[in-house]
Design a protein around this ligand. Sequence first.
Ligand code: AKG
Ligand code: FE2
Length: 339
Amino acid sequence: MVAPATLRIDADELKSVEWTIERLADEFDTVESEAFLRAVTLASHELPVRIRAELLDFKMLEPNGALLIQGLPVDDAAIGPTPFGHGQPADEKATLWHDIAFFLFASCLGDPIGWETYQQGRLLQHVAPRPGHEADQTSTGSVTKLEWHTEEAYHPFRPEYLGLMCLRNPDNVATTLAQMADLRLSAEDLALLCQERFVIRPDEAHILRRDEVPGLAGRMTSFNRIDRMNAAPEPVALIFGAEDRPYLRVDPYYMDMPEQDEFAAAFAKLCAEIETHLQDVALQPGEILFLDNWRTVHGRKAFRARYDGRDRWLKRLSLTRDLRKSRSMRASVNGRSIG
Ligand SMILES: O=C(O)CCC(=O)C(=O)O
Ligand SMILES: [Fe+2]
């Protein structure tokens, strides 16, 4: 199986990265602003050249579907309690250093995007267990495994890359992933999977618990759009791109079984191949895992949440290579929230 590529930041590189982070931290107190996005994209050009080269190759040459960046320090006492479980919001200031680091690396791959119908359009999202959500098929679930999926598989503007930065993972709960490059599918199955015959519905993170959404009224156009995608989904192809190195989009939990036997059989083979080639990556504090969302699927093992402020805590960014393609669903030229 193809293991994720790894890139370890060395001591000299870390000094240079820290210098850039600290300069940005002097100027900004949140990563959720357009001014910060411009500044961090510019500053990403100052990253050490070896790091930029590795990220650029990951993007331009597609040598691997996953890239693990190691070597950022995390002071567990300084980052504050894991959000949600404790009933208090995260102290954004306490993780600003890491948030900036994450955006700096991510900016080498693409532009961060968010969703009007998810966490109020926030770009940097918390992945942490939430009381009452234990059995949900979302990033706030825990006792139920998060089934493997393409991120936002149903959406025409789904991200090309997904970043997961680990701040805390005391029980070594694994992120699961499978690489398209590992899958063995016959030419006949590939030909069936390339046809627009498969229905993928929106993730329930955009649908459940709508009554808890602050400012819901102002976002109803976007929520209505999600509801329409749910009620009348357009059939799509699961495999696309070049025949010899295809891309995929798939999320069985939100899919209908195709009616015709041959398509159902090809879909079942794809799922079985993915299951066979699923690997575990238990992220450690300070690690950032970048996944090519067109060449891997990912999920998470089940675990028992502690709700003691020390739970598993990742931050997540979705990145697009081409912001313009979603312009019809974004409010402004450099607005990042799609819906
Ligand atoms: O918790 C994880 O490791 C992965 C979660 C996930 O699939 C996601 O946040 O999109
Ligand atoms: Fe995901």
